[in-house]
Design a binder for this molecule. Sequence first.
Ligand code: AMP
Ligand code: TRP
Length: 333
Amino acid sequence: MRIFSGIQPTGRKHLGNYIGAIRQYVDGQERGDPAIYCIVDLHAITVPHDPQALRRSVYDTLALLLAAGLDPDRCVLFRQSDMPEHTELCWLLSAVTAYGDLTRMHQFKEKSQRQRELVSAGLFFYPVLQAADILLYRTDEVPVGEDQRQHLELARDVAERFNARFGEILTVPRHRIPEVGAKIMDLQDPTSKMSTTTESTAGVIFIDEEPDEIRRKVRAAVTDPGREIVRSSDKPGISNLIEIMAVVRGVNPADVEREFAGRGYAEFKQAVAEAVVEFLRPVRERYRELRPDEEALERTLADGAERARELARPVLADVRRAMGFGPAVRQPV
Ligand code: AMP
Ligand code: TRP
C-alpha cells in the first residue's frame, strides 16, 4: 500500500501536529510500500514568507520528523520544491479541478480572511497542488488531521474526474484520520484548533518546548465549569485534555476518565503535564542533536528526492500521454 503525506515547513510544529499527523507517519513506515513524506515548501509561499526563514524552517521540520522516528531507510522523505514534477502535475490537474469546489474550501476562506495585504492566487490554488502531491505517487492512503478532510475529498474528486476523462490512470486516495486526537484544541481557547497562526502561543505546546513551559501552559489551560473529568460537548477544555492524555499514554479516553473519576482538575492537569513532558522529552533531545548538522539534513533530502523522482516519473509520463502531450505512441499492429 502506498502512503503519502505532506507537512508545511511553517512555524514551530506543535502537539496537535504530532498527535494528529506525525504519530501516524511513524506508524505508516511499517505498513507503507513505501511510505512517502514530503515537506511542502511550495505550499508555504501561498502566504507572505521570508525566503531565509523558509529555508531554515525546512531544516527545522526535517530534523523534527527524524527526531520523532521517521527513518530515511524505511520511508521516502523529501522536499517538495526539489521535485518540479509536483508543479507540473498541479497544472495538468487544474484542467479537471472545479473552480466552484475551490471557492468552497474552508481553509481558503479562513486563511484569505486573515491576509491584510494580498490574497494570492496561490492560496486559492493550494488544494490543487496538494492533490498533485498525492496523486503523483498513486497514493492509497493519506494520514492527516481532521482539518484536511475537505482537501482530501477534493483530491479524490480530481482523480475521479481525471480517470473518467482520460482513462484509469490515477489512484483515488482515501484519508486516514485518527479516531482520537484528530483535532487537538488550543489550551487557552478549546473551541479553536491548536495552531501556530493563532496570535498568542499561550495555548500552544510546541514539540521542542522546555518541560517547565509545558507545565506552565497545561496548568494555565482553560477548563470548564463543574468538576467532573469526563468528555462532553459543554466541556471542551477538559475533553481536549482527556484526548491528549489518552494519546500520550497510549490508552482510550474512557480509561483516562475512569482513572481520574472523583479527582480534581488541578491534580488532573498536573498528571497531563507530566505525561506530555515525558512523551515529548526524547523527541526534543533528539531534535537538539540533529538540527545543527544542516549538511547531513541536505543529504537526506537529496537522497529522498532521488527516490521520489523514480516513483513519480512513470506516473507523470502516463498523465502527459493520456492528456495528449508529447509525440503519439504508435500502437503495435
Ligand atoms: P501543517 O502544519 O498545517 O502542515 O499540518 C500538518 C499536519 O498536522 C496535517 O495533517 C494536519 O491535519 C495536522 N494538524 C494540524 N493541526 C492539528 C491539530 N490541532 N490537531 C490535530 N492535527 C493537526
Ligand atoms: N495542506 C496540508 C496541511 O496543511 C499539507 C499538505 C500538502 C498535505 N500536501 C499534502 C497533506 C498532501 C497530505 C497530503 O497540513
